[in-house]
Design a protein around this ligand. Structure first.
Ligand SMILES: Nc1ncnc2c1ncn2[C@@H]1O[C@H](COP(=O)(O)OP(=O)(O)OP(=O)(O)O)[C@@H](O)[C@H]1O
Ligand SMILES: [Mg+2]
Length: 226
């Protein structure tokens, strides 16, 4: 079983957004996903209610995720997606301790990039693989990345933080899909948002295979924290 944890001390970086879109994307094919909402704000729970299907199932975690993760394993789930709050809460550290891979969403701004340091250091102390994912990025023009994203990547490279090579662009479709209780692919399968989430999911699957030792780390987006 693989546990993907979305964590960042920066509010509004996109933890709940990426958790919901990736879970919807994965659930469509795998049908073996569990959501865990560890944030009292309840964004992921709201989205799951808006879906109205009860799928993927969701559990709420208050102080720890250990029992939920253990039960999910017994129940045969393949993937668990844990959304966490932007606070210094014990549940965030606990979720990271249970992670197969920690996804740290970051918007490409100087304050946003600076704020990932703390989450990275938690991942490093827990010796957990992690990767930063650029979210809310300006659209690429003529397939060229915005200077804002390039500068953000340079800052992250100085921190020796592993970063996904792609980006999740700032798009209304991401918000519209969520307000319908859907993921990007369900909302519009031919959209750019759907293909970005598909690419991010493929990168996560590659990383998890490398972490599990069933594939080489070539092309994986994470770094094994040591
Ligand atoms: N790629 C995107 N394009 C457009 N809007 C986005 C994108 N990512 C996030 N948003 C919007 O930004 C806001 C913050 O996103 P989200 O709630 O996912 O962040 P968060 O990290 O979970 O925040 P918190 O720390 O408060 O839990 C939301 O209104 C969301 O719809
Ligand atoms: Mg959130």
């Amino acid at each position: 079983m693989n546990v993907i944890v979305f964590a960042s001390r920066k509010g509004g970086s996109g933890k709940s957004t990426l958790a919901a879109h990736l879970a919807a994307h994965a659930h469509k094919t795998l049908k073996s996903c569990l959501l865990v909402d560890a944030d009292p704000q309840g964004s992921l729970s709201l989205w799951q209610r808006l879906r109205g299907t009860g799928e993927p199932p969701i559990k709420t975690a208050v102080r720890s995720v250990g029992e939920i993760v253990a039960a999910a394993k017994r129940d045969g789930y393949e993937w668990v997606f844990i959304d966490t709050p932007p606070t210094i809460a014990a549940v965030v550290d606990d979720a990271i301790r249970h992670a197969t891979l920690v996804v740290i969403p970051a918007r490409p701004g100087v304050f946003d990039i600076d704020a990932v340091v703390e989450t990275i250091s938690t991942c490093r102390s827990a010796r957990k693989p992690y990767a930063v994912v650029m979210n809310g990025a300006p659209a690429r023009r003529d397939d060229v990345e915005s200077p804002l994203v390039t500068i953000a990547r340079e800052s992250l490279a100085k921190m020796r933080a592993p970063v996904w090579g792609g980006q999740v662009t700032n798009r209304a479709n991401y918000v519209l899909a969520l307000s319908h209780g859907e993921g990007a692919r369900e909302y519009d399968p031919d959209s750019r948002a759907a293909s970005e989430i598909g690419r991010l999911w493929a990168a996560i699957e590659r990383s998890v295979k490398a972490i599990r030792g069933t594939a080489s780390a070539n092309g994986a987006m994470h770094r094994q924290a040591a």
